[in-house]
Design a protein around this ligand. Structure first.
Ligand SMILES: [Zn+2]
Length: 139
């Protein structure tokens, strides 16, 4: 009986978390398509990344696949243009200041300094700047 009760409680908790996550994804995607005429996204291989154990939990937690599906559907409805950077564009490894491309950049490295121009980059901010430039050249 007690085990049954705990199982039910756990299932309710999971459902609650799922609803909170979905609500967040809906709010963010609606806000993004309302406030931007062009949105650049990286065409990440979500299914492939889920096979990487270390990444899988984080990615599944955030719900990237759902985020992208919602974003694309809402963009289409509102006539917002979605520009995709190829999955193999070196958005993280390219210096957004001078264009220098690092030979490699392990995922664990969250910040780096460009050896060519000395600019210090946050990994994600730098990738976003490169994505923006890409979006503006094809848009
Ligand atoms: Zn540089």
């Amino acid at each position: 009986k007690n085990r049954q009760k705990s199982a039910l409680r756990l299932a309710r908790l999971h459902r609650k978390i799922r609803n909170i996550r979905l609500d967040f994804l809906h709010k963010r995607t609606t806000e993004l398509v309302r406030t931007h005429p062009v949105i650049a996204i990286e065409d990440l291989n979500v299914a492939g990344m889920l096979k990487n154990d270390r990444l899988a939990r984080h990615i599944a937690d955030v719900g990237w696949g759902t985020f992208r599906a919602l974003l694309e559907a809402k963009a289409k409805l509102r006539g917002v243009r979605i520009v995709k950077a190829g999955r193999f564009e070196p958005t993280s490894k390219t210096c957004s200041s001078c264009g220098y491309v690092l030979p490699e950049l392990p995922l664990s490295v969250r910040a780096w300094t460009c050896p060519a121009c000395g600019t210090h980059h946050d990994r994600d901010v730098n990738a976003a700047k490169n994505l923006l430039r890409f979006a503006l050249t094809v848009a």
